[in-house]
Design a protein around this ligand. Structure first.
Ligand code: ZN
Length: 451
């Protein structure tokens, strides 16, 4: 009888274990707090929670500090949820605090029945430096007249907590540079109003601090409309064979002339423009140029900036592209002068642009020289204004000997004519720098006389 009792007991234990086992799990939920640094501001951040077993039951996020404890998240899950990504954006108004030391407390509970009343709980506590106040930002320069497709210049002051600042327009960003003024907190920025951005876009100056708090302020400016030309270009089969096939980087066996054309004029152009963008985005922190930029001596402008070109092959329109510079022609193999002083950052073949030189003039300004027959400079060379860097030619996508000349701000093409104009430079750049310096020098004097 006693033996029978033990057998039944054993069966019950085994049955119970078989029933309960799937309901329990030994691993706790995984919690990942995705903070970019210990500085926590109004920039949104993510918390990822994962449970490989029975799924999540609850996630709670608390912020504890001098102000007490605030519940940021308290979320219950239905059965079967194995993971979640929670995005949190702190609102200083709701929290009623500006900053200070704090602790972020995350706890995630799963549905395991290992414990009778609750599941496995993972708790992650993170000490953070709370900063919910964005930088203070003021625009100093006035009277911003900008041509559509042209360049702009702004001087602004941003508080010392600023780690990144500049100009935003549509999806474009142009960084600001400091160290050019008596006042350490004063920045300057060159920017483009890109030819392909709508005329009703707003230009914003922005500043961001270490905690990711961002301050935006609108810029007062007047945009002048510029009419850009449209032109049709007929491509001959011969041009595809003699000019495009040699610069196309791929094996073209079996490809039609139209396919080869698009590979070069569209795909290779994009790749080449990405390279220019990369060179233009790594500009030096100092202004290496002075005064107006120079047009190639004795040259005439043969093709305009931002011409919209429709390409025809056998009377069929097959592509549309913008010409993002000037074509300047003199005589064959004419010596090319550097438009202003700077450092050579590119001196090599660049697909549709052929043999190409790029000069970084600092603070985002870059000039490009294309279709060259020979290059006389190397990457890293410092060049003075008017120094010979090579000779004109017709390498790349060119149908005659000429110089393709482009000027870029942070890799965005702008109208070169403004930069050739001494008066434009004076009104839009030099005077604004002098004004800002004067203003801040006198402020400095004011405060010292008070002390
Ligand atoms: Zn050109």
């Amino acid at each position: 009888m006693k033996r029978f009792f033990y057998i039944v007991l054993l069966i019950l234990i085994v049955a119970g274990f078989i029933y309960v086992y799937p309901e329990i799990e030994w691993s706790s939920p995984e919690v990942r707090v995705k903070l970019e640094s210990d500085n926590l501001g109004t920039r949104p951040f993510d918390i990822e929670v994962l449970d490989s077993g029975k799924g999540l039951k609850n996630v709670t996020v608390l912020l504890a500090g001098d102000h007490g404890e605030s519940i940021l998240v308290n979320k219950n899950y239905p059965e079967g949820v194995k993971g979640d990504k929670i995005t949190i954006k702190l609102d200083p108004k709701i929290l009623g605090i500006k900053g200070g030391a704090a602790e972020l407390k995350v706890s995630a509970e799963d549905r395991s029945r290992l414990k009778i009343f609750s599941g496995n709980t993972t708790t992650v506590n993170k000490k953070v430096n709370l900063d919910l106040v964005p930088p203070k930002l003021d625009v100093i320069s006035t009277e911003h007249y900008i041509n559509h497709g042209g360049s702009g210049f702004v001087v602004y002051k941003s508080s010392p907590d600023t780690v990144k600042s500049g100009v935003l327009i549509a999806d474009y960003y142009f960084p600001g540079y400091k160290g050019h003024f008596t006042d350490e907190d004063v920045y300057l920025a060159f920017f483009a109003y890109p030819h392909d951005v709508q005329a009703d876009e707003n230009i914003k100056i922005f500043a961001q601090d270490q905690a990711g708090n961002q301050k935006n302020t609108g810029l007062f400016y007047r945009l002048r409309d510029v009419k850009y030309r449209k032109s049709d270009i007929n491509i001959s089969e011969k041009f595809v064979e003699n000019v495009m096939i040699p610069i196309s980087e791929e094996n073209n066996s079996g490809a039609s002339h139209k396919e080869i054309f698009l590979k070069v004029n569209n795909e290779l152009r994009k790749k080449n423009n990405a390279k220019i963008k990369e060179m233009g985005s790594n500009s030096k922190d100092e202004m290496m140029w002075q005064g107006a930029f120079h047009q190639l001596s004795n040259s005439k402008v043969e093709a305009n900036f931002a011409d919209e070109r429709t390409y025809f092959l056998n009377e069929e329109p097959i592509d549309k592209q913008y010409h993002l510079g000037y074509d300047l022609a003199v005589t064959k193999r004419y010596p090319i002068e550097a438009a202003n002083s700077g450092v050579i950052v590119y001196a090599d073949d660049l697909g549709i642009y052929g043999n190409t030189v790029m000069i970084d003039h600092g603070m985002g300004i870059l000039t490009l020289y294309g279709h060259m027959s020979s290059i006389d400079v190397a990457v890293g060379d410092t060049v003075q204004s008017n120094e010979i860097i090579g000779r004109t030619g017709q390498t790349g996508l060119a149908s005659g000997d000429h110089l393709h000349y482009g000027i870029y701000i942070n890799g965005v093409a702008v109208r070169p004519i403004e930069w050739w104009d001494e008066k434009w430079i004076k009104d839009n750049v030099v005077n604004k720098i002098n004004e800002a310096n004067g203003e801040f020098d006198s402020q400095k004097e004011d405060t010292s006389s008070q002390n």
